[in-house]
Design a protein around this ligand. Sequence first.
Ligand code: ATP
Ligand code: LTN
Length: 333
Amino acid sequence: MEETRKKRIFSGIQPTNTPHLGNYLGALRNWHRLQEEYDCAYSIVDLHSITVRQDPVKLRAQIKESYALLLAMGIDPDKSIVFVQGHNPAHAQLSWILSCYTQFGELSRMTQFKDKSQKHPENINAGLFTYPVLMAADILLYQADLVPVGIDQKQHLELTRNIAERFNNLYGETFIVPEPYITKSVEKIMSLADPAKKMSKSDENPNATVTVLDDRDTIMRKFRRAVTDSGCEVRRGEGKEGIENLMSVYGAVTEKTFEEIEKEFEGKGYGDFKAAVGEAVADSLLPMREEYKRIIADKAYLERCMKEGAEKAFAASRRTLRKVNKKVGFIDL
Ligand code: ATP
Ligand code: LTN
């Protein structure tokens, strides 16, 4: 009897700065949870990160840091494929092919491209424009069924689906058309300095983000300073976006609902609430921080995992690339 195939998951994170609470609660935390039920491949997308200028020394360190963090979060390299995107040349290869099946107009509509072009007007490079094609190649190479990401990546996922469907229509079934996997309760964590903006790695204000490696004192201080409003009741409502964001964070780490949180802090002020959020976040991140310190110090282990991850990624993507090459009319030697 044919064995039923476990569903495949693919996701990636850029090695730009240390991941923050938004990355963790919106996406990364799911990665670890999903590996029991699914066949998972997780990538540090170094190729994507150079669409914005990076310092080479810092980038190299951050690739290792991000990789060690995935392991520290509980992603098991024996269960899942954990690899650095640039270590598998198939990504760039498929990306080129898919770029010939993606329209200029489609890419022009991507909001991330518009945002990043505005942020870096001096460097609107072609890679920034074709970024979503490389992302489609990442996903389609592994025939992923599901892609756990934050809601800001939904538009890129829709484009990936369109590219896959277009290719399938032209050449017959080639790619699985993937579905996004987005956590409803924490779709978007907002900046602590401006609740109208998403918490973002590229934010220049260090008080806007809490990173997963911040120590307890730093976490407590950042939450104490978080921008809220002039009121004093811990509840959601018009003009209370800052408090609502903190409630989302608290709810995500304690698994409490908004109603339970409102009840818990009835009659208490923002000061007590912010301290409770800080404590809960610091407690939840502590085991990961300890594990991270241990892994990052073990260079040989890290290198071995990266190498094995790259080999597994290559093996898992080879079939798709060969299939695509054949369909478009290239010669397979
Ligand atoms: P940048 O702001 O520099 O583009 P980023 O903070 O969006 O970076 P990425 O590496 O691009 O970080 O994203 C990693 C994952 O985290 C993605 O799945 C993304 O959707 C998710 N994510 C990013 N920011 C948030 C946020 N504020 N809330 C929830 N999820 C988020
Ligand atoms: N663009 C994504 C990172 C990313 C990704 C992927 C996510 C690159 N390739 C494939 C899911 C699947 C981001 O997080 N900004």
